[in-house]
Design a protein around this ligand. Structure first.
Ligand SMILES: Nc1ncnc2c1ncn2[C@@H]1O[C@H](COP(=O)(O)OP(=O)(O)OP(=O)(O)O)[C@@H](O)[C@H]1O
Length: 242
């Protein structure tokens, strides 16, 4: 696939009289890893919420493959179309084993009506990818915080998403775990997949993102490489220099 996976077009989101997203337009392409950064309250989570069908905009569209409008589609239709999100806090089935978690997959948890079961062989492949094969028969509840994050990434991957959204994937992780997560996320880049990462750890973002979008007050302040973002005076003023 090529071209835009997600096309956010003139999106406006309001909570009461507060405008969280203000006529935002942006495109995220297949094959890319996009960092979505900006100060607290900039609107990053709100954008992910609209893409996943949790928040309805006042106006505008979010097109998947130029056709399905995620701004009006239902949550499970969005998931069925291949849009998946890993929330900040890991949510795994603590009582099940690591491999059972992947076999069930993220869809099984969020949308029981979706058939997302994967075979044990496939589940092993995903566990290998995230470095958890040695732990596959342990109870998921016994894993360390970082390992739970990686397990949940394997669960989300099991549904082979075209759009993968990661919400602060390295919050609370050690430097070593952060480095491992960066390596993992880079390995997920695929021509048929678009990856969006919201994160405040700029070192992490720099090592994974092809481009970053800096949001500020619900609008795009900057779009380009992380290196150029660091040198941009407006970005320094509202975010990086603080
Ligand atoms: N359900 C809601 N009701 C009212 N205001 C909301 C709601 N959700 C978000 N907001 C407001 O919208 C703005 C954007 O919030 P959002 O969570 O998208 O920011 P963010 O960029 O993700 O910030 P952070 O980095 O702190 O997670 C904030 O001012 C927030 O208080």
């Amino acid at each position: 696939m090529s071209g835009a996976a997600l096309l956010v077009d003139d999106l406006t989101v309001e909570f009461g009289r507060f405008r969280a997203i203000d006529h935002l337009s942006l495109a995220i392409d297949y094959g890319e890893i996009r960092g979505m950064i900006g100060p607290n309250g900039a609107g990053k989570t709100t954008v992910l919420d609209v893409v996943s069908g949790l928040t309805r905009p006042k106006s505008g569209q979010v097109l998947l493959d130029g056709t399905l409008d995620l701004a009006t589609a239902g949550e499970s239709a969005i998931a069925r179309a291949g849009v998946r999100r890993k929330f900040q806090k890991p949510s795994v089935f603590e009582e099940l084993t690591v491999i059972e978690n992947v076999e069930i997959g993220a869809a099984g948890m969020l949308f029981p009506s979706l058939k997302a079961d994967v075979t044990a062989a496939r589940a092993r492949e995903y566990l290998e990818l995230v470095g958890l094969t040695g732990d596959m028969h342990r109870r998921a509840g016994e894993l360390a915080h970082g390992q739970k994050q990686w397990l949940e990434i394997a669960m989300v991957l099991a549904s082979e998403p075209k759009v993968l959204m990661l919400d602060e994937p390295v919050a609370g992780l050690s430097d070593e775990e952060t480095e491992k997560t960066a390596e993992l996320v880079r390995s997920l880049r695929h021509p048929d997949r678009a990856i969006v990462v919201v994160e405040h750890d700029m070192g992490f973002v720099e090592t994974i993102a092809d481009r970053v979008t800096v949001l500020h007050e619900g609008r795009t302040l900057f779009e380009g490489s992380m290196a150029d973002a660091r040198a941009d005076q407006r970005v320094i003023d509202v975010y990086l220099g603080r």
